[in-house]
Ligand binder design. Structure first.
Ligand code: PSV
Ligand code: MN
Length: 384
């Protein structure tokens, strides 16, 4: 049993986002931190540290144009030299003045064309970097009732998605991300999993839904969404983070570790604990140091996964079949209440890693090194 769990944990892969290593903040203030990367090459170097100490974070998501470079083949080679690889290519059609009234749903055909060209360019970048995943998130929506035609905007969205879908090559797919609100405050064109699912269903197997854990109304049962999408073969991955209020982008497992456990249980139960589902972080470390923030997040996902793997599924199935409400709940809670940290420490040591990735990173001197070396230049930030 323990050896099966360990084998499953050894297989785990968690993708870190390039933007987590840059400066970030809220609309009130971005706090600069010393040693922050100045370019995508340095972001990859920091991401490689997370992999070095956890052993389970071998890919890095890029965000275009934040990670725009002249030579993507060279960037991918640089990643490989560092022991990591380029992961999902995240599109960005939300930071240009032209997108005030939307990107692919904009009433202006010229703006729609510009947005679509960007999405297609991101598929070119997938070709160059060897990435198999395109992540689509649209800030599109309206602020006032009557501002635009809700249905016509769906038509425009469907048209753009179909064009991107048709451009995808062999072994490539897109993940469609929904979000309840923000930056649009009245109506969002892809507000929930149902809308994302319907678009993906029409397009075919290369289109899947991605669940960003911060993109729901408070109280939403996210594990239900996970179970449902997996059952339909439409769960493409996660953007993990945690939230207390809205889309807070805090460290995953920090606000609600029990929710993360419940999600991971449904992933495992539904056969989603495979490479077919991308486990990505989408976070910002506004006040805490970034590399340790990512290491902690990766460890939080590992802990939730270990607990989910510990659920005695046979005992649970028996209790469920018997209608034993309290018994079933006890089986579930037993797993959640188990301290899995010793198991994970043992597993790391068996894999030649330090039992305590946070302490090992601190001792490595990397944080001091980047502060000394990264002098001058412009620090990367959310949006650059
Ligand atoms: C939007 O809030 C989002 O979750 C999308 O994934 C963006 O690409 C990302 O945040 C940027 O941090
Ligand atoms: Mn996201």
């Amino acid at each position: 049993m323990t050896s099966d769990i360990k084998a499953a944990l050894r297989r785990q892969r968690i993708e870190t986002p390039s933007w987590a290593y840059g400066n970030s903040g809220t609309r009130f203030k971005v706090f600069a931190q010393r040693g922050v990367p100045r370019d995508p090459y340095e972001k990859l170097a920091d991401a490689a540290q997370v992999h070095r100490f956890t052993g389970v974070a071998p890919t890095v998501a890029l965000h275009i144009p934040w990670d725009k470079v002249d030579d993507y083949v060279a960037l991918a080679a640089h990643a490989r030299d560092l022991g990591v690889a380029v992961g999902a290519i995240n599109t960005n059609v939300f930071q240009d003045d032209d997108y005030r009234l939307g990107s692919v749903t904009n009433p202006d055909a010229g703006v729609r064309r510009k947005a679509l060209d960007h999405l297609l360019e991101c598929v070119d970048i997938m070709d160059l970097t060897g990435s198999g995943t395109l992540k689509l998130w649209f800030s599109d929506g309206t602020n006032y009732p009557g501002q635009d035609d809700i249905r016509a905007r769906q038509d425009r969205l469907a048209e753009a998605l179909a064009a991107v879908y048709d451009r995808l090559g062999e072994g490539q797919r897109f993940l469609l991300e929904y979000k309840l609100f923000e930056p649009a405050f009245y109506m969002t064109d892809l507000p929930d999993w149902g809308a994302a699912y319907a678009h993906c269903l029409r397009l075919g197997p290369k289109a899947r839904v991605v669940v960003d854990t911060g993109h729901h109304a408070p109280g939403t049962n996210i594990e239900f969404i996970v179970a449902f999408l997996l059952r339909e073969g439409k769960l493409g991955g996660f953007d993990f983070n945690s939230r207390f209020y809205a889309d807070d982008d805090l460290m995953v497992g920090a606000a609600d570790p029990f929710q993360l456990f419940r999600i991971m249980y449904e992933v495992i139960r539904g056969g989603g604990y495979t490479d077919d589902v991308a486990f990505m972080l989408d976070q910002c470390h506004n006040i805490e140091p970034k590399i340790p923030g990512q290491i902690r997040s990766v460890m939080n996902v590992q802990e939730a996964t270990a607990k989910a793997l510990l659920v005695d599924r046979d005992a649970l199935a028996r209790a469920q079949a018997d209608g034993d409400v309290l018994g079933a709940n006890a089986v579930f809670m037993d797993a959640y209440d188990t301290d899995v940290r010793p198991l994970l420490a043992e597993l790391r040591e068996e894999s030649g890693l330090d039992a305590d990735p946070m302490a090992a990173y601190r001792r490595s001197g990397y944080a001091e090194k980047i502060v000394d070396e990264r002098v001058g230049g412009t620090q990367a930030g959310w949006g650059a």
